[in-house]
Design a protein around this ligand. Structure first.
Ligand code: 13P
Length: 251
């Protein structure tokens, strides 16, 4: 059984004060929730303050990116060790906005993934196709290549921690969600690739989140699909009340 996992990716939103106030509200709403895993991904500057609020709750802390080296002359980068020190257990890798605006490649994401595994962080690796790629019938091919290259030669012993987020780029921040059927088709494809790369047991246990305009109104239908194991939520996670409604989708 895969435990559903819900992530709130705040992107470049919230000052420290705003971040603290949001997690204080979230703690009141779902601080004691059982049966699901919940993680917030604040901007780097708010990690420390958010960690203090999340102490003794079941809500996990993650970062939106990291570099693959532990230290060195890499101006502007943050290392996995620094994230661990701040109390992060999770890290998003290869979000489409990083691929699109900051030139991230599958090769770099693969290095980051190996670094996350070797230091014990839970990586959330993002894949997803652009609108033209979907229109041209290339969505499946694009996602398969992303997965193969991002997961190349990963340590199978550590791969049980892996989380994949399927985020079709045309659905991010647009209000246009993939239909539950479209999402399920891609999730099934992803699980097939995991099976080929990592074997049956791992493929069956790895969680695949859907991301792209997830809201309280559409989460139930998405979660009914057999290969959708949670969501990576952007806009609707900025308010504790709507994120909590997504997390409590069963009620
Ligand atoms: P939205 O939920 O705002 O569409 O963003 C999705 C996303 O990119 C999460 O990582």
């Amino acid at each position: 059984m895969r435990r559903p996992i819900f992530g709130g990716n705040w992107k470049m939103h919230k000052t420290v004060k705003e971040a603290v106030s949001t997690v204080e509200d979230l703690k009141k709403e779902i601080g004691d929730i059982e049966g699901v895993e919940v993680v917030v991904f604040p901007p780097f500057t708010a990690l420390d303050a958010v960690k203090a609020v999340l102490k003794e709750t079941r809500i996990g802390l993650g970062a939106q990116n990291m570099y693959w080296e532990e230290k060195g002359a890499y101006t502007g980068e943050i290392s996995p060790l620094m994230l661990l020190e701040t109390g992060c257990r999770y890290v998003i890798l290869g979000h489409s906005e990083r691929r699109q605006y900051f030139g991230e490649t599958n090769l770099g994401i693969n290095k980051k993934l190996k670094a996350a595994f070797s230091l014990g962080l839970v990586p959330v690796v993002c894949v997803g196709e652009r609108l033209e790629e979907r229109k041209n019938g290339k969505a499946e091919e694009v996602v398969v290549v992303q997965l193969r290259e991002c997961l190349e030669k990963v340590d199978l012993q550590k791969a049980q921690k892996l989380v994949i987020a399927y985020e079709p780029i045309w659905a991010i921040g647009t209000g246009e969600t993939a239909t539950p059927q479209q999402a399920q088709e891609m999730h099934r494809l992803i699980r097939g690739v995991l099976l080929e790369l990592l074997g049956e047991e791992l493929a069956a246990s790895i969680r695949i989140q859907y991301g792209g305009s997830v809201k309280p109104e559409n989460i139930k239908d998405l979660m009914r699909q057999s290969d959708i194991d949670g969501a990576l939520v952007g806009g609707a996670s900025l308010q504790a009340s709507s994120f909590a409604r997504i997390i409590r989708y069963k009620e």
